[in-house]
Design a protein around this ligand. Structure first.
Ligand SMILES: [Zn+2]
Length: 345
């Protein structure tokens, strides 16, 4: 018979919920998730780490971690205890990132997480000895402080040896799209990671030239880049990773859509912000995505027009007075949106 108190202590509710695939988000100072126990459309299920319990304001489900497991897997108390006892205790401290959301069938998220972090740390180290890469970034308006803060890297060969040194699973690295038998796919690219509590959970790599396709992504679902670091009431939404880098370089909290497709979960993640400044490219795809987001987000969305002749936010970032021009665009857009709201009221 298992010691149920020890099981409860060894399996914090937050870690078990995250490991079970619930996407946790901080809303109104609470940790919430879309409830898996009823047809939930908003995050109604709240986790209470202090009492190691949960409660759903939609369907009334609630209890401790054992209750959570038994409901989730439709098993009784004893079987839920056995499930938890059989699961390795989460080794990540509370507040550490969830296991990456996995799209590739067969990729074990627990094996993938340390591989992604190791790769980013390896590439991050390499960029420091590559002045030509730092020069390139500076020419695009991205300076060393931002490179360090957001752990940008440069793909140098040698990752496979690094992974072997650390006894990490090469097969998982292959499934993630990092390497093949004879090739390391991110070599020669600028690495831009998505960070959750400082740890890398995903990354994209950009060529140093403009040859298409410019970006290569890790084979995991695209995140809303930067979401975990955007801890403010207002956020700037950009299209590409370099537009995002420009916004964060200038001190704005920002996220990147990584394209112009707007999946429902992305719009939903943006609902936590009071003001969402939409700074997409001034082309057809960018305008359509802006309209779509505006429709979904309603009043909180503030479409921002870039000055004529600027292809994207990073284009403005390469200009000497880019930052002050952008700040003016943001303020104008905010004023206009405020006036429109008043007219509608
Ligand atoms: Zn519920």
């Amino acid at each position: 018979m298992h010691d149920t108190d020890a099981i409860r202590r060894g399996h914090p509710i937050v870690d078990v919920a995250a490991a079970s695939g619930l996407e946790l988000r901080l809303t109104g100072g609470r940790l919430a998730a879309v409830c898996p126990f009823h047809g939930d459309s908003r995050p109604s299920l709240v986790l209470y780490p202090a009492s190691q319990s949960y409660y759903c304001f939609g369907c009334g489900a609630g209890g401790d971690v054992i209750d959570f497991m038994s409901r989730l897997h439709r098993v009784d108390f004893r079987e839920a205890v056995t499930l938890l006892a059989g699961a390795p205790a989460p080794t990540m401290p509370a507040g550490a990132p969830d296991a990456p959301r996995v799209a590739v069938p067969g990729v074990d998220p627990m094996k993938a997480a340390p591989i992604i972090e190791t790769a980013v740390a390896f590439y991050e180290e390499a960029v420091r000895s590559r002045p030509e890469v730092l020069d390139y970034l500076a020419s695009r308006g991205i300076h060393e402080r931002t490179v360090r803060r957001f752990r940008l890297g440069f793909g140098v060969p040698g990752l496979v040896a690094e992974l072997r040194d650390r006894n990490l699973d090469i097969e998982t690295a292959q499934q993630l799209g990092l390497l093949d038998e004879d090739r390391e796919w991110f070599a020669g690219r600028i690495i831009i990671p998505d960070l959750v509590a400082g740890r890398a959970t995903w990354f994209t790599g950009r060529r140093l030239t403009d040859r298409e396709p410019r970006y290569l992504n890790l084979r995991l679902p695209k995140p809303l880049l930067g979401l975990a670091s955007a801890k403010s009431e207002a956020v700037v939404v950009t299209e590409g990773p370099f537009d995002w880098l420009t916004a964060v370089e200038w001190g704005f909290w920002a996220v990147a859509l990584l394209g112009t497709r707007v999946p429902g979960r992305v719009a939903q993640s943006l609902e936590r912000f009071e003001d969402v400044y939409l700074v997409l490219d001034p082309d057809e795809a960018g305008r359509e995505a802006t309209e779509e987001l505006h429709e979904r987000l309603g009043d909180r969305a503030v479409p921002v027009e870039l000055p004529r002749g600027v292809a994207d936010l990073n284009g403005l970032g390469c200009q000497r007075d880019g930052r002050s021009v952008f700040t003016r665009c943001i303020l104008d857009a905010g004023r206009e949106a405020g006036a429109a709201r008043e007219r509608a009221a």
